[in-house]
Design a protein around this ligand. Sequence first.
Ligand code: GLV
Ligand code: GLV
Length: 317
Amino acid sequence: MEPHVYVPRLLTDAAMREVRKIGLPVVVGGEDPPERAALLRDAAGAAAVVCTLTERIDAEFLDAAGPQLKVVANTAVGYDNIDVAAATERGVRVTNTPGVLDGATADLTMGLILATARRVLDGDRLLRERKPWVWGPRMLLGLDVSAGTTLGIVGYGRIGRAVAKRARAFDMKIVATPSRSAPPDDDVEFLELPELLERSDVVTLHCPLTERTRHLIDAAALRRMKPTAILINTARGGIVDEDALVEALRSGTIAAAGLDVFEDEPRVDPRLLELPNTVLTPHLGSAGVATRERMCRLSVANAAAVLAGEEPPTPVN
Ligand code: GLV
Ligand code: GLV
């Protein structure tokens, strides 16, 4: 049987047309993630897999696919869903989609900062209750964002820098954890995490999820933050110890959180849903029309390049 290209979840229409141009048979899943058994079955015999962050690509998957598999192209910048070492051992290239979603993710980050600080959802809920209300000098006061408020950026890479660019326009002071990859910016003060947590009014996470960053924000880290501080996470849920976060939000250790990602997606801890001081979105960081198009096309281009014996545009291994 001729090897195929396996696309477990429908990409954008334009990207699906690009997949078909590769010239191999194409096996396509639907809108929703396939069940594990279907994933393993449809991967069998594939030369390329163009997947998303909801597919767990581990040794079992790679063995189910078989030795003709050449590339796993993740349609995401984060690739914590992929066991890269297992892929490398088997000679399988892994690619991701860096660079094309920095602006979109930074935009949503600013949205969560503003919505959380200025209590947009509290205001929305108040109106929807259809009770009488009137402007008041003490009503729904929140954190002033553009008052020299300090923004702490954990992970000063491409997305972290895109957030800094936006924060400058809001007159925020910017502190960030030291980064090996990013050139230093004159107006950014680089601090180790404990000091960053102590100094920031808003802490926003932009590091990848790795063994080193899992539960980076735990109970002890949350205790270092100001009681008036806000935590924003548009990176990966596992960077935050969610149990500790719920406790910190309940007890007033920190003031509020804006979360686009969760530890056990798609499950959202019901305790987070019940807290009044959270703003929650369902992993929408890169969910802009043009951004998604660029991600999907880059992902397909990566797979096509490897199948053509070329170096992919954005390799991981
Ligand atoms: C989305 O979460 C991504 O990693 O691109
Ligand atoms: C508020 O609406 C103001 O005019 O200050």
